[in-house]
Design a protein around this ligand. Structure first.
Ligand SMILES: [Zn+2]
Length: 206
């Protein structure tokens, strides 16, 4: 039996959940799972994520290898550098999920940084949610900025999700379900924050 089958099945289910929650449209979003050894399983580039089957996912190495990378088919997500950088920076992380929740894009476009500590659920379950300054999607610069932000978070409240300026959310977890839970909580916080602002609320903390 394929030793990666359980990871493939979990990743396909995660993609379906992202779409069902309205967190991705068209070919947006990507996700990955850490495999045994130094490989990761990632979603392919240019595909609707809610139409993927287990065989559509791609095994790549954690460390870039030009010869191996050039031969990989189908082509992996264009955000591969982000996934690789996170796994290298955070040895405890087993899964990474990325999506473009509209409220998250709107808030960072408006210069807002929603504070998870203001809602009991996000304070308890989401932890810190730092904002990563804009860098082009798919770039090594974006990957480095995310890894630096995660590594620089306080050890008392480690960041396991980040907001990307004008781009979306990246969430990490001990499993793909754990990462998805965190991404949904980040989306919830952003929607509540946006709605509260529209109702006239002004925080002195963000
Ligand atoms: Zn993206």
């Amino acid at each position: 039996m394929d030793p990666t089958l359980a990871a493939r099945t979990a990743l396909v289910a995660a993609c379906a959940r992202l779409a069902a929650r309205g967190l991705i449209v068209a070919t947006e979003g990507n996700a990955s799972v850490r495999l045994a050894g130094t490989d990761i399983l990632v979603t392919p580039a240019g595909r609707r994520k809610d139409t993927l089957g287990p065989a559509d996912l791609v095994v790549v190495g954690l460390v870039p290898d030009p010869a191996r990378d050039a031969a990989v088919r189908p082509r992996p997500t264009s955000d591969l550098a982000v996934h690789r950088a996170i796994y290298r920076a955070c040895p405890d992380v087993r899964a990474v999920v990325h999506a473009h929740p509209p409220a998250a894009l709107a808030l960072t476009l408006a210069g807002e940084a929603p504070d998870p500590s203001l809602l009991p659920e996000t304070a308890a379950l989401l932890g810190a949610l730092p904002v990563v300054p804009f860098a082009p999607p798919g770039s090594d610069e974006l990957a480095e900025r995310i890894a630096t932000t995660l590594a620089g978070a306080s050890s008392e409240q480690p960041a396991r999700a980040v907001l990307l300026e004008r781009h979306g959310v990246v969430a990490l977890g001990a499993s793909v379900e754990d990462a998805l839970d965190r991404l949904e909580l980040a989306d919830l916080l952003c929607r509540v924050w946006r709605d509260a602002r529209l109702l006239g609320w002004r925080s002195d903390r963000g």
